[in-house]
Design a protein around this ligand. Structure first.
Ligand SMILES: Nc1ncnc2c1ncn2[C@@H]1O[C@H](COP(=O)(O)OP(=O)(O)OP(=O)(O)O)[C@@H](O)[C@H]1O
Ligand SMILES: [Mg+2]
Length: 253
């Protein structure tokens, strides 16, 4: 199904980039051309998948200084994965969101509309926080999926997020769907993780889990898909592989 999905929780370091990037890879590996938009001034998604910088970046399109086709670039090591990159160093995206975005909150939505003429599957990686940039990105999407870690502060963060998303939907008359939560870096052996999964599952959300797996970090250092990363013949744990395949099925149907 044709869809644009953002991965977001305002809390930092919960795995927004890891989960969105791994699922963008899963889609690409399964043969679907997939666009991965780096809506984070830190540029983590771009430094993961691109070996070198490009002439233009996401902020240039937002400012009307480049066209989409000037910016979109295939990942260095993952076929079918296309990036709209952001490079942390220059700070152009941060600068744009602080100076001009307030006057044009629908600019990302327009751009996604343009992109979706050519691509059925679009994923957005968002920065931590719930400011102007994140709101503009969220209202551009059909769905937002929340990655969180199995810890108390993340559970608190999810409550804040649910509140914020409701306000944003109302203020911008957005229909963005929010019905899925991914508990990331899950360890079945830890009781607290199991408890958080169980209590989250009792609510109105569909809750998934992605295991803790050192291959995520290694694949980020190596610039490749976690699914393709191998060192000494070993890659992702089979439980991680299955979790990503299941999620791929769930999120695009
Ligand atoms: N399932 C996992 N197993 C092991 N390590 C993980 C897992 N998920 C994420 N990590 C590691 O945790 C760190 C933080 O993850 P990531 O950068 O994806 O979080 P984030 O929410 O995008 O952060 P930010 O809020 O800064 O954008 C990274 O070093 C990543 O490799
Ligand atoms: Mg990130």
């Amino acid at each position: 199904m044709k869809k644009t999905i953002a991965f977001h929780l305002q809390k930092g370091g919960v795995g927004k980039t890891t989960v969105s990037g791994a699922l963008a890879c899963q889609s690409a590996i399964n043969g679907h051309p997939t666009v991965y938009v780096d809506v984070d001034p830190q540029g983590n998604a771009s430094s993961w998948f691109l070996k070198k910088g490009t002439r233009f970046e996401f902020a240039d399109v937002l400012q009307g200084e480049a066209n989409l086709e000037d910016v979109i670039v295939e990942a260095s090591k993952v076929k079918n994965l296309f990036l709209i990159p952001t490079f942390g160093v220059g700070g152009s995206l941060k600068n744009y969101s602080e100076t001009r975005l307030a006057e044009e909150p629908y600019v990302i939505q327009d751009l996604i509309g343009e992109l979706s003429k050519d691509f059925d599957r679009i994923i957005l990686d968002l920065s931590p926080g719930f400011g102007r940039l994140e709101k503009s990105a969220l209202i551009a999407c059909d769905e937002v999926i929340t990655p969180m870690t199995p810890e108390f502060f993340s559970v608190e963060g999810l409550e804040i997020f649910i509140n914020e998303i409701q306000k944003t939907k109302k203020n911008f008359r957005s229909n963005v769907k929010h019905s899925k939560v991914v508990i990331n870096a899950f360890d079945e052996r830890i009781k607290q993780h199991r408890d958080i999964f169980n209590s989250a599952s009792e609510g109105q959300y569909k809750v998934y889990k992605i295991p803790v797996d050192p291959v995520f970090r290694k694949s980020q250092e190596d610039g490749t898909a976690p699914q393709l990363y191998k060192s000494l013949g070993r890659g992702l744990k089979s439980s991680t592989r299955e979790a990503l395949e299941d999620l791929e099925f769930e999120i695009w149907r």
